[in-house]
Design a protein around this ligand. Structure first.
Ligand SMILES: [Zn+2]
Length: 490
């Protein structure tokens, strides 16, 4: 896998460069592939490129293959000329139609050759999109078919065209993980996580986080990961933090058709808006009332453009957050948009160990912005590194206050990390900014750290001087530890 390079990490989020040799372009990731319907173009591909900076788009080769009007022009002129787009073009295979209608009339070999012949830059085999929650037997047997087709796809001579290897497995984490491992072993180039749209349509973001985390365990760090059908900007930060690099969206166009207005916090109906909560050119130049009074086609065009501005704006926000090392703060903030997003965020944090592996050791700042911050990868890492510190003393003071000579050694204590050798006080993440009126979760996480350190040194006598910790945190501190409140008189 030499066509994808990671430039920077934050949690499992990656800033990457995907080289697409057939298009002669390098695509910056994370990014979004607008879905372009070959028959109905809400926003022209050339405008996607010039106005929104699209470096890549996706269209459906199965529609072109079956189209009396477009099949021959696509073969003769090629996709880039047909669509008037000079960036990279990925093509889907008809798997979606297979899932919708139960049958399609091409094989993987045929559709890949067709994709190659029309000048696609990234082709896709015909996999079987197994929906969530099916019987395990079905998930396994359909996965076997998908794996067989990926194997055959890898045999087709597709020249410089990259080929994707979709990862299926329904909502079974072990099947997803295995499918992902098998997908990487094919040597194919891009890894779409398939059949996740039903989860997103039902706002099952916690299940989505678990599925993505399982796939990532199997994929490792090779190759770009495409969250297939994910087009709502409110979930880009979360999906990126789990390690997704590519999204694709028909939402900008489909939502516009129904007068739905995308925001990073969710979806609004044009009818419900008195003001536009957005600074894009469309929303700056018009009021909701003006849009409502326009002809259907004009309104749809303007709404689609707003939707694209928000979508690309959020992609840039995610990229900058990875660059700045504050992607988790962004996820935390986006998770407040909807209770199901908060479920997704909490599910993501249950994979903190997995995210920790690629999380940078040092960043500019750690902002403790919610109780969820206590479960971030940095807290877990700090607890794990307690194992590696030497503690050669009979009595140790763990304190939120100053040192005291009566003890052999004094360590600092800080929520949510817990105990730390004092010479590390100025290092990340112990430099975290935590609110003065912090929450129980921060104290409890600190107490977990104390318990871990005490457990590692059963012969040391520990005293903990804490600043008014709640009972739920103090309960976690092992029995032998002497407790004193920082402000109590002794
Ligand atoms: Zn706008």
């Amino acid at each position: 896998m030499t066509n994808f390079e990671v430039r920077a990490y934050d949690a499992a989020g990656r800033l990457g460069e995907l080289e697409v040799p057939r298009a002669g372009v390098t695509v910056q990731t994370p990014t979004i592939l607008p879905v372009v319907n070959p028959h109905v173009q809400t926003v022209d591909p050339s405008a996607l490129e010039s106005e929104f900076g699209a470096e890549i788009l996706i269209t459906n080769s199965y529609i072109l293959h079956g189209s009396e009007d477009l099949r021959e022009p696509a073969l003769e002129r090629g996709l880039h000329d047909l669509l008037d787009f000079s960036g990279a073009i990925m093509t889907d295979s008809g798997s979606f139609q297979l899932a919708e209608y139960g049958d399609i009339d091409v094989t993987t070999e045929e559709i890949l050759r067709f994709q190659y012949d029309i000048g696609s830059d990234i082709g896709t085999p015909v996999d079987i999109p197994t929906p969530p929650d099916v019987e395990r037997e079905r998930a396994e047997s359909e996965l076997a078919t998908t794996q067989d087709r990926l194997g055959r796809a890898a045999e087709v001579d597709t020249g410089e065209m990259l080929v994707s290897a979709p990862v299926q497995g329904s909502t079974y984490p072990d099947l997803r993980e295995r499918a992902a491992r098998d997908a990487t072993s094919t040597g194919l180039d891009v890894f779409p996580l398939g059949a996740v749209v039903p989860l997103m349509n039902e706002y099952r973001y916690a299940d989505l986080a678990d599925v993505v985390a399982a796939c990532k365990r199997g994929l490792g760090e090779t190759g770009p990961v495409h969250l297939f059908g994910a087009g709502h900007p409110m979930m880009f930060a979360m999906a990126a933090a789990l390690g997704c690099d590519l999204f694709d969206s028909a939402a900008y166009a489909l939502y516009a058709r129904d007068d739905r207005y995308l925001t990073v916090r969710g979806t609004e109906l044009l009818d419900d808006l008195e003001q536009f909560p957005c600074q894009c050119p469309i929303c700056t130049d018009h009021t909701p009332a003006e849009l409502r009074s326009m002809a259907d086609e004009t309104r749809e065009d303007l709404l689609a453009r707003h939707n694209l501005h928000v979508t690309y704006g959020e992609i840039r926000t995610v990229r900058q957050a990875i660059r700045s090392g504050n992607l988790m703060e962004l996820v935390d903030s986006r998770a407040r948009g909807h209770p199901t997003m908060l479920d997704g965020y909490r599910a993501l944090l249950s994979h903190a160990e997995q995210l920790e592996r690629t999380d940078p050791v040092s960043k500019d700042a750690f902002f403790y912005t919610s109780a969820e911050s206590a479960r971030r990868p940095e807290v877990l890492r700090h607890h794990e590194r307690l194992d590696r510190f030497d503690l050669d003393a009979d009595s140790v003071l763990l304190t939120e206050g100053g040192s005291n000579d009566r003890y052999d050694e004094t360590w600092g204590v800080v929520p949510p990390f817990g105990p730390y050798p004092r010479d590390l006080a100025e290092t990340y993440p112990l430099t975290a900014e935590v609110p003065d009126r912090t929450d129980r979760a921060a104290y409890e996480a600190a107490a977990d750290g104390v318990a871990r350190l005490v457990g590692l040194h059963p012969d040391v006598e520990f005293t903990l001087v804490h600043d008014d910790w709640p009972a739920t945190a103090l309960e976690t501190v092992p029995d032998g530890v002497r407790l004193r409140d920082l402000h109590a008189r002794d």
